[in-house]
Design a protein around this ligand. Sequence first.
Ligand code: SF4
Ligand code: SF4
Length: 67
Amino acid sequence: MPEKIKVVVNEDRCYLCGGCAGVCPTLAIKVGSSRWEFFQDKCISCRICINACPVGALTAEPLGVSE
Ligand code: SF4
Ligand code: SF4
């Protein structure tokens, strides 16, 4: 099993292009005109979004057992 992660956005870098939401296989990211949103319950920790962001705005944080 891959390590469970939480995806975090750097809002200073993100320009809301929607690319990450488009590649996420489980629709765990929603990008609107003014907001980037992450849904932990849908995320399967595949990291595809992190590699897909053209400006490196996404990072993975380890998800503790308490979260
Ligand atoms: S791919 Fe990167 S820049 Fe585009 S919406 Fe996602 S986090 Fe923001
Ligand atoms: S790690 Fe995978 S499942 Fe989680 S938000 Fe990114 S693309 Fe979606």
